[in-house]
Design a protein around this ligand. Structure first.
Ligand SMILES: [Fe+2]
Length: 438
């Protein structure tokens, strides 16, 4: 597989293409089509496997995908055949049905997650199989429903292929691919379980609890925005996402499928889960307010909020999954008085911004959110020079950092970028907003 792919170019290409096609496509199809062009642009040949016990479904997929010159495709009729083939031929992406005899899709994906963590795992399943879908919420990266629009199927696979190439550090790529759930704080998790187990549980309360936690918000947004639920519009508000899923889905999701997980704070010197969540929620609130001062688009305002909330999930992943090494990175940044992302790049070969963007891309978050997370410390590296969720998150993060005086960061923001997008003069006003919101 070609390894010279550049994530920054991917995002730039996606964005330019997405702006060109905005008039004629829904956001979801737009994401699909843009990434398809990017993959063709780089000419990467990817291995993609389809698993379904119904031979007519596989024949239909074969016919539908006949023109895909950038994929090397395999079609197999059982989970056992898929595992057997994977032993000889690594796959970049697997797309599986859920209801299959002997080994169902959830069991197959769990095995693949352990044996071949680097394979992107997608579900293509019938609408009637909601219960099985809930069981695969851990090992699956994304869900699609049958019958699937060809553009959506091709775009989702292409986007997964393209993202997969961006993390040059293979062991980190494996770590991120295996992340099924982000950790929630134990107190929020326990309160949610109590509320769900109560005879008088209130959807409003549950929605608020989910919306106050980054991990839970990410999971409900991942699920509700999957094409499996067939929503016409992209949902960016976690509370709204929770209400759309409803108690009948949330309850088994949490109590039976274990879709949310609690985690003790890794409590590194210089990083705490609790502090990071509190700070990210502040960035989200300020980013939403900044975006609202620049546009009336609810999509952009909500995306700015979500991007603010998720902007440091990469740190969370690194702190929880490689705590000792990450502690060294924090100490090195402190000793050398440099930024944490500089040290991450020097010592890990990537930054928390890229790690977080990779996970959110794998989980099907929109490009504007992925872009904002990827470039939140270095927005000049994005070729998007319009005011966007990236602008809002970068400004909010910089302002709040300056107010909280974190020692590793210069806190005035990227003035060159802020000038380029025409908002440098707004920083003082946004700073006053930040003080009011505190
Ligand atoms: Fe950050």
């Amino acid at each position: 597989m070609q390894k010279s792919f550049c994530f920054r170019d991917f995002l730039t290409q996606s964005l330019i293409a997405s702006q060109l096609q905005l008039a004629t496509h829904s956001l979801r199809c737009l994401l699909a089509n843009t990434t398809s062009k990017v993959n063709n642009y780089y000419g990467v040949i990817m291995n993609v496997m389809f698993v379904d016990d119904e031979s007519n479904v596989l024949s239909g997929l074969r016919r539908m995908l006949r023109g895909q010159r950038t994929w090397n495709m395999e079609f197999v009729e059982s989970g056992a055949a898929a595992i057997e083939l994977l032993q000889h031929k690594p796959m970049d992406v697997i797309v599986t049905d859920m209801r299959m005899p002997l080994m169902n899709g959830a069991e197959l994906l769990s095995k693949i997650a352990k044996l071949h963590p680097n394979t992107v795992r997608l579900v293509l399943s019938g609408q009637s199989e909601q219960e099985k879908i809930l069981r695969s919420i851990g090992p699956a990266h994304q869900f699609m429903s049958k019958p699937c629009d060809p553009d959506l199927l091709i775009g989702t696979i292409d986007r997964a292929c393209t993202l997969k190439n961006h993390l040059q550090n293979e062991s980190l790529c494996n770590i991120v691919s295996q992340v099924s759930f982000l950790p929630s704080l134990p107190e929020i998790y326990r309160s949610l379980v109590e509320e769900l187990e109560s005879d008088t549980s209130s959807m409003d309360k549950i929605g608020s609890m989910i919306g106050s936690d980054i991990a839970m918000s990410a999971k409900v947004l991942q699920l509700v925005n999957s094409s499996f639920f067939g929503l016409a519009q992209h949902v960016s508000c976690p509370k709204h996402a929770a209400s759309l899923l409803g108690l009948n889905v949330i309850r088994p999701l949490v109590l039976l499928a274990g879709a949310f997980s609690q985690c003790e704070d890794p409590d590194l010197d210089g990083y705490s889960l609790k502090g990071s969540i509190r700070y990210s929620m502040s960035v989200a609130t300020l980013a939403r307010s900044i975006m609202a001062s620049q546009t009336e688009s609810f999509h952009l305002i909500d995306d700015a909020y979500i991007a603010g909330m998720m902007h440091d999930v990469g740190r969370l992943i690194l702190a929880v999954n490689m705590s000792e090494r990450y502690q060294q990175v924090i100490y090195a940044a402190r000793d050398e008085q440099t930024t944490i992302w500089d040290k991450e790049f020097a010592m890990l070969g990537t930054t928390h911004a890229e790690v977080g963007a990779y996970l959110l891309g794998l989980w099907g978050f929109p490009n504007s959110v992925v872009e904002a997370v990827a470039f939140h410390h270095q927005p000049s590296k994005s070729k998007n020079k319009a005011v966007s969720p990236l602008t809002a998150v970068h400004a909010a993060d910089s302002i709040l950092t300056s107010l909280t005086r974190v020692p590793q960061q210069e806190s005035i923001g990227d003035i060159h970028y802020l000038n380029e997008v025409g908002v440098a003069d707004c920083m003082d006003e946004w700073k006053l907003q930040a003080i009011k919101l505190r």
